[in-house]
Design a protein. Structure first.
Length: 272
């Protein structure tokens, strides 16, 4: 029997002190944890730091896993508890609101933007980074519900277990988050609505001037299988209520940096 990329047999062997099994458990779960951290925290440095701390907790608490749920469900639960309880993560929260984000998007728009040789790469980076940053306007509780439900597409039973909520409470939380995201994108995102003031081409010069998009450095869109134009076409092809969902799902899956596992192995080696 398997739980994602980690089998229960592998977890049992790791619990019994098998070093190779422990390494496999780490490899099997690290991308999921990093991707959760990236979508919820957005900032790559914050996500990397949180991922390493979460993986340490997963491995040091491994003996408490009883197999009553999928291992990935249990690991996500450990991750969510850390994200919600870590004071330094709360202190770094910018307190962004949809109103503040909308005002920023509409500042410095260019009516007839010039095209750069690397326009396609720059637009895709802006598209992904803006889509991710948009979720920072949700409170952490709503953000977690939205990421688990609409981005990761977990069923409501698993998502409510991860968040330690009654299924009915989770559904209400997800519905509110979804409504807020749809309302914002339908008014302010040019990829979702042709009536929106902001569009990536018009926004790009201001984003580059502010250092939010840097030529030759595209950390958010690495691994993207869709270009800006392809994403625009796919979003336009679905009915309006699904456009925000399609936009969020078009953010690439972020792989866990290799140095996190290297650092974690070094940290835990004396006790293994």
């Amino acid at each position: 029997m398997t739980t994602g990329n980690v089998s229960l047999e592998m977890v049992t062997a790791a619990q019994e002190g098998d070093r190779q099994a422990l390494e496999k458990v780490l490899v099997g779960i690290q991308d999921r944890i990093y991707n959760l951290a990236r979508r919820v925290l957005v900032n790559p440095e914050d996500a990397s730091e949180a991922t390493q701390e979460i993986l340490v907790q997963i491995l040091t608490k491994l003996s408490t896993f009883r197999g009553e749920s999928a291992f990935s469900t249990w690991a996500y639960q450990v991750a969510v508890r850390h994200i919600l309880s870590a004071k330094k993560l709360r202190d770094r929260d910018m307190g962004l609101t949809f109103g503040m984000f909308a005002a920023d998007l509409e500042t410095g728009l260019v009516a007839d933007p010039p095209e750069a040789p690397d326009q396609a790469l720059l637009l895709n980076e802006l598209r992904v980074s803006c889509t991710m940053a948009m979720l920072l306007c949700l409170t952490m509780d709503l953000r977690l519900a939205y990421v688990l439900g609409d981005v990761f597409e977990l069923d409501h039973g698993e998502a409510s277990e991860i968040l330690e909520l009654a299924p009915s409470a989770y559904r209400k939380r997800l519905s509110r988050a979804r409504s807020d995201v749809i309302a914002f994108t339908s008014r302010h995102c040019g990829l979702v609505s042709a009536e929106a003031k902001c569009s990536c081409p018009r926004r790009l010069p201001a984003a580059m001037k502010a250092g939010r998009v840097v030529r030759g450095n595209h950390p958010n869109s690495i691994g993207s299988s869709l270009s800006y134009i392809e994403t625009k076409q796919q979003v336009e092809a679905v009915i309006e209520d699904l456009r925000s969902f399609k936009l969020q799902r078009a953010v690439p899956y972020h792989k866990c940096p290799q140095d996190i596992r290297t650092q974690l192995t070094r940290i835990l080696s004396p006790s293994l």
